[in-house]
Ligand binder design. Structure first.
Ligand code: TXA
Ligand code: MG
Length: 319
């Protein structure tokens, strides 16, 4: 039997309630600076299993473990010089590090899908940090959506995707970054980029040197499966024109004419603003029941890389 979902603004009372749900093995949806997560106590296998159930996620897909800082992270994974440097520079923030698991770590094996590595991130959002402190456990949290759906950047997206399968959604407003964290695998040398995201690759490379990019076929992060980010409506990339039965995902000051509805990711052509609008606008355009979402070209730099990555997956999923 499912209990109706409660959406509660972030307050001392709602945070206490959320922390107590986590401590007793329940799930809580909470805001991070990237996207909303659906969290469970990362040391509780049953709670972690419930995440897979609620998301309808294939069990081999490992989860990101959210921790408060490098000190806590160190008790679950083995850091080297490069990973320490990356964590010191970019945490708290939208960077996830994949590292060798400590052999006796009490993180649920299910959470890391039986791998001998673990993905760790210290989120920057104050509500996420407060929740980590109050719950006093690491929190395993994938994005709070059904597997294969768009990632949620508002509490409304979460309730639309997960329905009454989540008891409590903490409402911290829209996510400021709006795309998931950048994931780098530091269990290999040189570290490799598993998923472009909230920290631009250029910034990471400036700090720790060049990253390797794994080939499409070695799917180290199953979330990189090509169809992972999929609206129901087919997506057409690099649109230079638009038909009346299409909706337009525009970018920049000169949206192409002719679409039934246009949403502009950033009228000024700012990739950071565009990233923060990406999922909300895809959700909105997907709800229009049009034949196609035509997406204008997005520049391939900074967060543009992450945006294009998500759009390519969305386009591929419709094929
Ligand atoms: O911004 C984010 O990262 C959000 C918020 C909630 O923190 N979380 C998120 O989680 O996007 P999720 O589960 O949707 O994506 C996690 C990604 C998946 O692609 C998964 O395969 C990868 O992390 N991953 C987790 N553990 C891994 C590991 N040990 N090795 C390789 N990839 C791993
Ligand atoms: Mg996800």
């Amino acid at each position: 039997m499912s209990i109706p979902t409660q959406i509660k603004s972030v307050s001392d009372t709602s945070m206490e309630k959320a922390a107590s749900l986590l401590r007793t093995g329940q799930l809580v949806a909470f805001p991070t600076e990237t996207v909303y997560g659906i969290g469970a106590d990362a040391c509780n296998d049953l709670a972690v299993a419930r995440i897979f159930e609620v998301k309808g996620r294939p069990q081999f897909n490992p989860l990101i473990i959210h921790i408060i800082d490098l000190k806590q992270a160190n008790s679950y994974a083995v850091f080297g010089d490069i990973s320490t440097q990356a964590a010191e520079k970019f945490w708290p923030g939208p960077l996830t590090l994949v590292l060798p698991r400590r052999p006796h770590s009490n993180i649920s094996k299910l959470a890391s899908a039986g791998l001998n590595t673990v993905a760790l991130r210290a989120p920057g959002h104050p509500a996420a940090r407060q929740l980590l402190e109050l719950a006093s456990c690491p929190i395993a949290a994938p994005s709070a959506n059904l597997s294969g759906n768009l990632s949620p950047t508002t509490p409304h997206h979460v309730s639309k995707s997960l329905g009454d399968n989540v008891q409590l959604i903490l409402d911290g407003g829209p996510c400021s970054i709006g795309v998931e964290s950048t994931i780098i695998d530091c269990s290999v040398t040189p570290p490799s980029l598993l998923r472009p995201g909230g920290v631009p690759v250029e910034e990471i490379e400036k700090e720790i040197g060049p990253l390797a990019v794994p080939s499409e076929r070695t799917v180290r992060a199953p979330g990189m499966l090509a169809n992972h980010y999929a609206p129901t409506t087919p997506v057409r990339l690099n649109a230079q024109e638009c038909q009346a039965n299409e909706v337009l995902l525009a970018f920049g000051p000169h949206p192409v004419n002719g679409a039934k509805i246009t949403k502009n990711l950033s009228p000024t052509g700012d990739v950071v603003e565009a990233a923060s609008n990406l999922f909300a606008m895809l959700h909105a355009l997907d709800a229009e029941n049009c034949t196609t979402i035509a997406a204008m070209p997005i520049p391939e730099y900074g967060l543009g890389l992450a945006i294009n990555d998500r759009l390519r997956r969305a386009a591929f999923a419709g094929k």
